[in-house]
Design a binder for this molecule. Sequence first.
Ligand SMILES: [Zn+2]
Length: 317
Amino acid sequence: MMRPGTLNLQITFFSERTVVLILFLIMGTILGTLEGCCPITRGEIEVLHSPLTQPLEIHILDVGYGESIVIVSPDRHFLLWDGGYPERAEMVRAYLCSLGVHELDVVVNSHPHPDHIGGLSAILEAFRVKQAWGSHNLDYREIPIEFRRVIENRKIPYKEIRRGFTWSWGPEIELHFLNPVELVPDLNDSSLVCQIRFGQLSLLLNADIGPRVQQELVGQYQTSLRSNFCTIAHHGGWAYLPYYEWVGASFMTLSVGQNPWRNPRAETISFIESLPGLLLRTDVSGTIVLRGFADGRLVLVSTGPKSAEASGPAHSR
Ligand SMILES: [Zn+2]
């Protein structure tokens, strides 16, 4: 039990001004807990400081017939998906430099056709590359010797990817690979297919898969295929058209240029254009840049200018 003398001592210990300040702080705390009394709530502060408010970027490079895509994470890390024909390597290199790239977190080769793998050897030489992924092992006969040599010389970790492989790219982005289950004689159908998830946003990269794989993916994944963005597979070639209905993308891009294979097919394009999403083509718009937000929004940043057409491909696609 406290004696009266002790209480008097404690009261005189605080000055009058200090007591007023403490009372003010207590009142402020009580008022702060009442709904609607604060200009910024705790939730808003978290959103303002969350890295999720920063978008990722998708750059669909105009490499003529072929494919090359750069994904830039919100904290400015870089992933390169294919590099077009060898003749386009310099354009891809210069584009990466213009983005300020010194290092690539991952270089992905969707499949070893020259309109996808051709430009990658020079890119692997030009930049620091943390790791490289592909559909086939480095001894496969269609992997260019320069590609294998630069991976080995620079000791770049290389991984063959199959369905089910997932990878966390920083704290916010996840990559999920849906194809291939196993390699098949048709290189196009052995293509990697990757779904990139960033909050509510989903991007589906289809490389060159054909109708057989598209139908199988619908059977396997159904509504999980749904994505805000997708690439049109195999330069708009023959397709299992319901695939694009299942994906239901609001933005679709087609990487294509002059070619002897009559891609894109008129049937595929007219079906895609009948869907609610917007289709943009590199042969019409040039390089396409989109910004994607974690709440699922996609914004078209820029298109073009259209680059000169690559000299016609003389080899297989
Ligand atoms: Zn191709």
